[in-house]
Design a binder for this molecule. Structure first.
Ligand code: CA
Ligand code: CA
Ligand code: CA
Length: 227
């Protein structure tokens, strides 16, 4: 009887532990976001008014951007500060803009305005998100992004400069610049649950194996006692 109780305790404890582990490691993070489009050199309006970039959330969970720092490898820096959370929802495109006034920014709707403290240099620059201690997301681009009045969009993964192309010329917005701020372009990323890292699967497999071995040894002792 005591042996059965011990086995039950091991089983319940293992279940609770695995449930906790699954719920804690599946949380989506800013690192899962994609920088899907960048407008470094608007033509309809000035760079000061019309620069923007777009994020996309390909996970199944909302991700909070409030409190993060947006920066480059130079002196540009901006801390994202809102009164509460700043969620980017699953399957949502989200626009970061230098100017949020759609009557002067070229004609798009911004989700967050970072202002003049962060600029997208035409010849090359970086878009980097960090929290208080870690870098979470980065795109470095060069002169390939410098097309007058035309954004560059992510066309395949991962998020590196080589995987961006100029947006199709037929896709215009607002006053006529080429881009798809706030919506899909020619590439539509899949939305899926955040996969568990391989190391976590390996660890969980080890716990399950240990649990099975404990059950086997318990049955063995029980059968010996019955003999
Ligand atoms: Ca620029
Ligand atoms: Ca910059
Ligand atoms: Ca877009």
């Amino acid at each position: 009887m005591e042996l059965f109780s011990t086995s039950c305790r091991v089983r319940v404890g293992t279940f609770v532990f695995l449930s906790f582990l699954m719920s804690s490691v599946q949380a989506a993070s800013v690192s899962d976001l994609l920088i899907t489009e960048v407008m470094v050199n608007p033509n309809a309006v000035s760079d000061t008014n019309g620069e923007w970039f777009e994020l996309f959330n390909p996970t199944s969970e909302a991700i909070d951007l409030n409190g993060l720092t947006l920066k480059d490898l130079g002196s540009n820096t901006h801390t994202i500060t809102t009164t509460s959370t700043l969620f980017i929802n699953p399957d949502q495109y989200f626009i970061f803009a230098r100017n949020g006034d759609s009557s002067t920014n070229g004609g798009f709707v911004a989700d967050y305005v970072y202002g003049s403290g962060f600029q997208l240099t035409n010849s090359g620059d970086e878009i980097i998100f960090t929290d208080s201690s870690n870098e979470l997301l980065r795109l470095e681009y060069g002169t390939n992004f410098d097309a007058i009045g035309r954004s560059s969009e992510l066309t395949s993964l991962p998020v590196i400069e080589l995987n961006y192309d100029l947006t199709l010329a037929s896709l215009t917005y607002g006053l006529g610049d080429i881009g798809t701020p706030g919506s899909a372009g020619s590439f539509i990323p899949n939305v899926s649950a955040v996969p568990l890292p391989a190391t976590i699967w390996f660890f969980i497999s080890g716990v399950i194996l240990l649990f099975r071995q404990q059950l086997k040894s318990g049955k063995k002792v029980l059968s010996q006692q019955q003999i």
